[in-house]
Design a protein around this ligand. Structure first.
Ligand code: MG
Length: 204
């Protein structure tokens, strides 16, 4: 399986990161199957970064094989969602960016893609209007709604499937709203879609 992620997909987050890009196409990067962390397992802060940031994102799971998918049919390619964390070694990413280098080391390291429990989309709402949030140690630190995405999930699927064949089980991280920040050892992260808690793990 592969993990496809969208960067800079919420205007509020782009503002906090001081990106003033007018994007005509989604910004895409990938994580690896070894990036995955699930089932509430703890996240261990890696030794190559002193600034690991959480980015809370809606994650969808691809449920059929597809290539060159038309946007109007894209909804047929997913039926489960969850909330996840796109962990980012921000200090490393800033260095790579400054030198015009790819982001992978800062984005695709082991356990950088945390997923919550997947639930059927029909149980939880409409893809274009899912409220989600993250709490750390009980305090809400980040919230957003998929209605605020610059590029919708269906548009992202249409776009990425021009380049990559989508396969059953592939994941798409759909971007983070404003409110990203650092984690430290001992933090307790809980992620919600609406009132439903789907993500619950500790940083060690
Ligand atoms: Mg992200």
């Amino acid at each position: 399986m592969k993990i496809i992620a969208v960067g800079m997909n919420y205007a509020t987050h782009n503002k906090e990161m001081h990106h003033s890009l007018e994007l005509s196409e989604p910004t895409i990067f990938m994580k690896s199957d070894s990036s995955l962390l699930k089932d509430g397992k703890p996240f261990f802060i890696p030794d190559f970064s002193s600034e690991i940031h959480y980015e809370t994102e809606i994650v969808i799971k691809i449920n059929r094989l597809g290539k060159n998918i038309a946007e109007r049919f894209a909804y047929r390619y997913y039926d489960e969602v969850t909330v996840g964390i796109d962990f980012t070694a921000r200090d490393l990413q800033n260095r790579l960016r400054k030198d015009g280098l790819p982001w992978e080391l800062s984005k695709a390291f082991d356990h950088s893609a945390v997923t919550g429990t997947f639930v059927p989309l029909e149980e939880i709402g409409k893809m274009t209007n899912l409220p989600f949030c993250l709490t750390i140690n009980g305090n809400k630190v980040q919230e957003g709604n998929t209605s605020q995405m610059i590029f919708s999930v269906d548009r992202i699927i249409a776009y990425v499937s021009r380049f990559f064949t989508l396969k059953i089980g592939d994941l798409i991280y759909t971007g983070t709203p404003a409110g990203v920040g650092p984690v430290k050892i001992g933090d307790h992260l809980q992620g919600f879609i609406g009132e439903r808690k789907l993500l619950d793990f500790y940083v060690r």
